[in-house]
Ligand binder design. Sequence first.
Ligand SMILES: NC(=O)c1ccc[n+]([C@@H]2O[C@H](COP(=O)([O-])OP(=O)(O)OC[C@H]3O[C@@H](n4cnc5c(N)ncnc54)[C@H](OP(=O)(O)O)[C@@H]3O)[C@@H](O)[C@H]2O)c1
Length: 287
Amino acid sequence: MNKKTYIVTGANNGIGLETSRALAAEGAKVLLMTRTAEKGQSAMNDILSTHPNADLENFVAEMSLLGDIRKACTSILEQHIVIDGLVNNVGTWMSNYEVTKEGIETVFATNHLSYFLMAHMLYPALRKSEDGRIVNVASNAHSYGKINIADPGYSKNYHGLKSNGQSKLANLYFTFEFFNQQPDHRVSVYAVSPGLVKTDIGLKHTSWLHTLAWKFRRRKGQTPAEGARTSVFCATNPDIKGVSGKYWESAKQKEVFESAQNPELGKQLWALSEEMCCIKDYFHSSK
Ligand SMILES: NC(=O)c1ccc[n+]([C@@H]2O[C@H](COP(=O)([O-])OP(=O)(O)OC[C@H]3O[C@@H](n4cnc5c(N)ncnc54)[C@H](OP(=O)(O)O)[C@@H]3O)[C@@H](O)[C@H]2O)c1
């Protein structure tokens, strides 16, 4: 049997590092996407310390920048004709409003547009797999999310909770709309809730109050390895091949909250994302 190839974004720590480790432990080749080469090397060393035969490669991209993502995907496609799975895991939580040098609010760019653009760029290689899959790491935080089509960066009334809730809701609408729009369902798509996981996500770009709140909240969280379980399940489990366009938690299908039950909003978000990413033919005319 051919070795499978997976890509994991946000792979240098937390849930992404453990997702990469678990996929490597199953004998797959894992391409780790990280912000810098140093972070990539340190993540690969960490995985090799527990799995010395792991087959790993690193690709570098600042995932809030569409130009960086396009460049990294071009290098990936030059070296890999077939990709079996893309795990869109990268994520950030920001207390303050910030805009990237491309003029997009950073959380919307990182947590949603990176997922949307990665899937578009890698789609031709995912189609070449017999069982190509995209896993979008979402969250139950979608319950309080609102998609703000007119101002997706919440430039007038930004709050970390609003931008996080919106971005995690966007992961769900992206999953459902990808399923609806893909002409032939060749590539399967899964949205995942990892549950509450003890990572550093709420300590990196947060105010002292949000840092304190996350330190308190995460005490009840699972380990990152437990948090990676549903991502790995959806990326690899043969029994759910083709069970596409659903939401998963604890390796089971789950109902979404009401906020994610407006298909019209999903269509509007898709159109907005295509426009922001300058994409004319999302599915490459299905070639
Ligand atoms: N932890 C939870 O309880 C929880 C719950 C629900 C959903 N999630 C979701 O799970 C996913 C992983 O989060 P986590 O908790 O594992 O957090 P984490 O430990 O902070 O991991 C996030 C990863 O994304 C990377 N990243 C963030 N911004 C980036 C950028 N602009 N460019 C490149 N890489 C970037 C980080 O790299 P750096 O180290 O360089 O920052 C890190 O590798 C996220 O999508 C999050 O929304 C987490």
